[in-house]
Write a protein that binds this ligand. Structure first.
Ligand code: 39S
Ligand code: MET
Ligand code: ZN
Length: 762
């Protein structure tokens, strides 16, 4: 073949209408057998492959499909099943789900963010020697070949990234020495089965690495290629530029996959400077695999022309910048978007179409795709004219704030005294993170309301009835600080996206977040502005029912940004500031309506941290600025709370401190307490709730377990500063799980409180 080729790194698993999620959940509920689950998911998997073929891809990824998560797949394939899940009398699939979700006797493995995305993987726990349990990629390769005649490109998570994401091993070198031969076995079998290319993902190459770590790549890949000479290995990186371009391109593999989108031009510069090795294949990420905007085809063609100066056509593969796991499936099903907007969007299928189109433009000449390019130019033109892209009032407010540093009137220590007077809370106050069970009936009610089957009055009355019932439950449980429950919200970001100017939202543009849980990120296409109160009615209603404080609940600016698809014509930091200004207005309105505790959640703050060390500080500074801009206008005795989840806060404690929130609640249960030490080392002095139980698992922890968790935390934190709460919102749990779990939590807090010798008044 003397032409450039096309490929993808991975495709969404969930299906156009979340068929994947629904099938899994039926199985977990016991409403469907494993056999039916397997059949349904196979159908979906084959459909996804066929679709990619029909859209014109030469190299179709196989084995990127998963029953839950690809990191967990890798661990289980290599027999890395934590001891506590090794039960004999159940299927491997059941054990696999147990590791992800926990069971009656064992807590689930920790879950954390996949690099800087909103996708969560299960952290491999290594407490056993690896052994090959099943050759997954081989299974999927054969399936695609036998069922569809597709010679796929098996996708594997590479050994070095895998180990970097795992925990529990003592001797890295020794473990890698055990693991690599198993990779070799997998690859040999793939070669025998007729695989030509195998994609090995090593995104860790885009983070800041130590020399020692880089040396592993040389060692490991030399060994692999020596042992499996007949297979072409494509070492795939994404999400950032590689700092070690020269070393990486000379690694002993047949092909290198690099990202030309999220690299700030570094890869083109490196290519111009150092060239690309003769005889190697470059898989070039030239379509944005993470955002939802159409690519500028002319710009892509220019990039490709530069690549072709250094690489022969037959050694060039065009592809998206990363797996399409992070974007929705297709724009085709969207019926309600304004056409100017819909035409500017590209989800997974449209991105594959763009790749195929660019390939055609290169192989057959630009004229062959001239009409597609023209069409796209006029689409952009129309999109730029959409009203509300630039909002003069927002622009004015932005410039009024420019150069100013927002800050609360008094320092924390003084605010704390005032707040003590105001709230009169007991030692170790108990609270929850915000959301309460979002049961099917609530979602159905909302669906009926959206379809117009329910009047607004009927829907609102239903939400009020739920809120009132749960205010009552919370009082009966004896919680000290209450929440309204967030029953009115479909999602903590989408909800605000629906109420703020500058956003639009979709019907079906779902993306997998963790396991079967999906999110539908809203789309920011213009300047963000506050239109009208978004949370006052529900918060004020809840507060009117009780004498206990009810926290007003907002999603923070950084999280709204990170969990939306964002316009790419202005800097993200500017969008964050716009969101902060909008939230500031909401916070004032809440305060005016008698809400005295305000929680501004920032669970995505850590997630957005750039992968490169040198970019991190400026991101964190922008985050602190936005949070303070939103929150610092409130009264001194109004208590500002924030919440973060998904651990790994160690390196950002400084930033957490600078947010200057009066109280932070933080996930800690799933990381099994590892986090606490970080706060001790830092000497954190503001109030803090470390999650005492894991809400992602259906398991109900005992009083004793939570008491131990509190006691452990109190070894390093003062009782005076400590709050007791679950580690995240309770929306995914049922009432039957939440009531006993919270009851145990409140009892645990009481027991520990009783043992405290410190002055019991806060
Ligand atoms: N954006 C975001 N990212 C996040 C989180 C988050 O909360 N939001 N939390 C962390 C991840 N945790 C998550 C926890 C739960 C869910 C979750 O429950 N997602 C729901 C969808 C939530 C939603 O938007 N629901 C809508 C619509 C749901 C729906 O399918 N409705 C049906 C009808 C109702 C039904 O039969 O269920 C329909 O329209 O057809 C609503 O409530 O209105 C799901 O997968 O099921 C997602 C992420 C990190 N990232
Ligand atoms: C992912 S963080 C969730 C925070 C939100 N207030 C909730 O309780 O659901
Ligand atoms: Zn959370």
């Amino acid at each position: 073949m003397t032409h450039v080729q096309s490929s993808a790194l991975g495709y969404p698993r969930i299906g156009e209408k979340r068929e994947w999620k629904k099938s899994l959940e039926r199985f977990w509920k016991g409403n469907q057998t494993e056999e039916v689950l397997r059949t349904e998911l196979k159908e979906l998997r084959l459909k996804n492959l066929q679709k990619q073929k029909d859209l014109g891809l030469d190299w179709i990824p196989v084995g990127d499909f998963s029953y839950y998560d690809h990191v967990l797949d890798t661990a289980v394939m290599f027999g890395l099943i934590p001891e506590r899940f090794k039960q004999k009398d159940q299927s491997l699939l059941q054990t696999y789900f147990d590791i992800a979700r926990g069971n009656e006797t064992a807590v689930a493995s920790e879950m954390t963010k996949w690099f800087n995305t909103n996708y969560h993987y299960i952290v491999p726990e290594i407490d056993t020697e690896p052994k090959l349990l099943e050759n997954r990629p081989l299974y999927y390769f054969n399936e695609a070949k036998d069922e569809l005649g597709i010679i796929g490109k098996p996708v594997l998570l590479g050994p070095i990234t895998f180990l970097k994401l795992a925990k529990g091993y003592e001797d890295y070198d020794a473990f890698l020495d055990h693991l690599v031969p198993l990779y070799i076995d997998v690859l040999k079998e793939l070669a025998e089965a007729g695989a030509e290319w195998v994609q090995i993902d090593e995104p860790i190459l885009c983070t800041t690495l130590e020399d020692k770590e880089l040396a592993y790549f040389e060692k490991v890949y030399k060994k692999i290629t020596r042992e499996v000479p007949d297979l072409k290995l494509l070492l795939q990186t994404y999400f950032e530029s590689i700092d070690y371009y020269e070393q990486v391109i000379s690694l002993p593999v047949e092909g290198i996959g690099i990202d030309f989108i999220y690299d700030e031009g570094n890869h083109i510069n490196a290519l111009e400077k150092h060239g690309f090795p003769e005889g190697k294949t470059l898989a070039a990420g030239i379509i944005d695999g993470r955002n939802v905007w159409k690519n500028d085809l002319n710009h892509s063609l220019e990039t490709i022309d530069t690549l072709r100066k250094h690489i022969k056509d037959e050694q060039l593969i065009l592809q998206p910048s990363c797996s399409l796991l992070h974007v929705p499936v297709t724009t085709e099903t969207e019926e309600k978007l304004a056409p100017e907007l819909k035409n500017a969007l590209a989800f997974a299928d449209q991105k594959i179409e763009e790749v195929a189109l660019l390939k055609k433009g290169v192989n057959e000449g630009r004229e062959a795709i001239a009409s597609a390019i023209d069409k796209q130019q006029s689409t952009w033109k129309q999109f730029k004219q959409v009203t509300g892209r630039t909002n003069p009032i927002v622009q004015e407010e932005l410039s009024a704030w420019s150069g100013k540093q927002p800050s609360r009137a008094l320092p924390f220590a003084e605010r704390q005294k005032l707040q003590e007077e105001t709230f009169q809370l007991p030692l170790l106050p108990t609270t929850t993170i915000g959301s309460l069970p979002q049961t099917t009936d609530i979602r159905k009610a909302r669906a009926s309301f959206r379809k117009g089957e329910w009047t607004p009055e009927k829907y609102e009355a239903f939400i009020e009835e739920r809120t009132a019932a749960w205010i009552h439950h919370q009082e009966a449980l004896g919680l000290d600080v209450l929440v309204h429950g967030e029953f009115e919200r479909n999602d903590m970001v989408e909800y605000f996206g629906e109420k703020l100017d500058g956003f639009t939202f979709t019907q079906f543009a779902w993306v997998q977040s963790y396991g079967s849980r999906c999110v539908k990120p809203p789309i920011i296409y213009g300047d963000v502005a506050w239109k009208a109160p978004m949370t006052i009615k529900e918060s004020a209603f809840a507060q009117s029912l009780t004498n206990k404080p009810v926290k007003g609940m907002l999603t923070g600016p950084v999280t709204i940004l990170n969990w939306s698809f964002v316009r790419n014509d202005i800097e993200p930091a500017e969008v964050t500031t716009q969101i902060a200004l909008a939230l500031k207005k909401e916070l004032s309105a809440l305060e005016e309506n008698g809400i005295r505790m305000l929680q501004v959640d920032e669970p995505a703050l850590r997630e957005g941290l750039p992968l490169k060390k040198e970019k991190q500080q400026s991101y964190l500074d922008d985050a602190v600025y936005a949070f303070k801009l939103a929150t610092s206008g409130v009264k001194n005795d109004t208590q500002v709370h924030t919440h973060m989840c998904y651990s790994e806060f160690g390196e950002i404690i400084d930033t957490i401190d600078q947010l200057d929130a009066d109280v932070i609640s933080i996930e800690a249960a799933r990381s099994h307490g590892e986090l606490i030490a970080d706060f001790e080392t830092f000497g954190y002095d503001k109030e803090i709730g470390l999650g005492v139980y894991d809400i992602h698992s259906p398991r109900i922890p005992s009083i004793l377990e939570m008491e131990q968790s509190i006691t452990r935390a109190l070894k390093v934190l003062k009782a005076r500063q400590f709050w007791v709460n679950p580690d995240c919102g309770l929306k995914t749990r049922t009432k039957e799980e939440v009531l006993p779990a919270l009851n145990h939590m409140v009892e645990a807090a009481k027991n520990v409180r009783a043992k405290q010798t410190t002055v019991s008044k806060r």
